[in-house]
Design a binder for this molecule. Structure first.
Ligand code: NAP
Ligand code: F7E
Length: 364
């Protein structure tokens, strides 16, 4: 059964879009707020919601250099007569800004994707990570209460929360976090459950396993590898330095995962879901897939550097997403070998564009 909220749908051009069923006058397009809209997932989610006819508001934080590369292709300036994509400066550390933003926008759906999301970095900046990735969530939940709006909230929870609990992991697996990042995510997970129970909020946790794409940040291991492959192939570098190659991850494709987020907010009742491919692959295997695809031998180029080890590692994450399949009708298509191909091809194209001075494609 596809857990579909009682919605009205209609065609807008070629698109079959969801409409709110609650407002006077019948059909009105929905409004969403995305924190972390400049990130990998935020950019894909913004595209997905715009395609469905939503008006999308994105929270961006102030940066001294441009941080909107992933969303530049969908940017709409203030001069546009009827904007459906609007960016706002705010920060998850600023609760008052969150209240004001929610009061102004009155979104039907809020997707909390903003976070200091790098596990290794969280050991170097544990308090900052706790503030943004942990307290940031409760600031947002409180801001929803303080602004008095009715909205549905998606919290970006993570498979990292399972940490040392052996695979396969599902919604019933106990959490055993192994980093300041995952400790903060466990806090956010329970804050979301607590606000659902205490205040009857429609608040859900998507417990997503690793998901990657050509838009993945360059310091996460898959992207570091595929970018390295492109540069080695082009003769720009010879060595790639990595840490633990034995770690096993369940790597899926980010555009498919943002669809699962949306589905969770269309249900009749709020609940928490694991989202994963069910296939575990080691960093070493991912290296093989990526280098092989470019006709290279990884062992000739990869060198160990202890600097990339973590004080406590998560050995194996492999998800069981049968609940999401059954209740959300969600099933992933892309598995890790295909993912490695997509990312290597995109990084080779991107590098070639950069070297020839061609316009850089956003779907790199
Ligand atoms: P990402 O690419 O690192 O994006 C993180 C986003 O959060 C960026 O837009 C970043 O802004 C923003 N951000 C950072 N600090 C902030 C602050 N203080 N206030 C407001 N925004 C802030 O992460 P992702 O891969 O898209 O992941 C999205 C969410 O899902 C994150 O919460 C992550 O922890 C979680 N998650 C990810 C995975 C995965 O495998 N990708 C799996 C499970 C859960 P800047 O662009 O300015 O840095
Ligand atoms: O590491 C190993 C490393 O940083 C994967 C985030 O999106 O997914 C992500 O967290 C594995 C680890 O991702 C290097 O030790 C080896 O075992 O790509 P990663 P992550 O830590 O799994 C979860 C689900 C999230 O929620 C997080 O936000 O690869 N590894 N050598 C390396 N990792 C990195 N980054 N760099 C290396 O050189």
């Amino acid at each position: 059964m596809f857990c579909r909220r009682t919605l009205q749908f209609r065609y807008v051009g070629d698109l079959f879009v969801a409409q709110t069923d609650s407002r006077e006058g019948g059909i009105v397009a929905k409004t969403a707020l995305i924190t972390g809209v400049t990130g990998q997932d935020g950019s894909y989610l913004a595209e997905l919601l715009l395609d469905k006819g939503y008006t999308v508001h994105g929270l961006i934080r102030r940066s001294s250099s441009f941080n909107t590369e992933r969303i530049d292709h969908i940017y709409q300036g203030p001069e546009e007569p009827e904007r459906s994509f609007v960016l706002h400066h705010a920060d998850l550390t600023d609760g008052v800004a969150l209240v004001n933003l929610l009061r102004d926008i009155q979104p039907d759906e809020v997707y909390n994707l903003g976070a200091q999301s790098h596990v290794r970095v969280s050991f170097d900046a544990p308090l900052y990570t706790g503030d943004v990735t942990g307290l940031g969530t409760i600031r947002l939940l409180e801001a929803v209460r303080a602004s008095g709006i009715q909205t549905r909230i998606y919290q970006a929870s993570s498979s990292e929360m399972f940490g040392a609990s052996p695979p396969p992991q599902n919604e019933k697996t106990p959490f055993h976090p192994r980093s300041p990042y995952s400790v903060a995510k466990v806090y956010s997970y329970w804050a979301t459950v607590n606000y659902r129970e205490a205040y009857d909020m429609f608040a859900v946790n998507g417990i997503l396993f690793n998901h990657e794409s050509p838009r993945r940040g360059e310091t996460f291991v898959t992207r570091k590898i595929t970018r390295g492959v492109a540069r080695i192939k082009a003769g720009l570098q010879d060595r790639l330095h990595l840490g633990n190659l034995d770690a096993v991850r369940d790597w899926g494709y980010a555009p498919e995962y943002v669809d699962a987020m949306w589905r969770m907010l269309q249900c009749d009742t709020p609940d928490d879901y694991v989202v994963a491919t069910g296939e575990g692959v080691s960093v070493r295997q991912f290296l093989e897939f990526a280098f092989e695809h470019a006709g290279l031998d990884w062992a000739e180029h990869v060198r160990y550097d202890p600097k990339y080890e973590r004080p406590s590692e998560v050995d194996a994450l492999i998800g069981d997403a049968s609940k999401a399949e059954e209740l959300l009708g969600w099933k992933p298509e892309v598995k890790s070998r295909e993912l490695a191909r997509i990312m290597v091809d995109a990084d080779i194209r991107l590098l070639s564009d950069q070297l020839t001075g061609a316009a850089v494609r956003v779907d790199r």
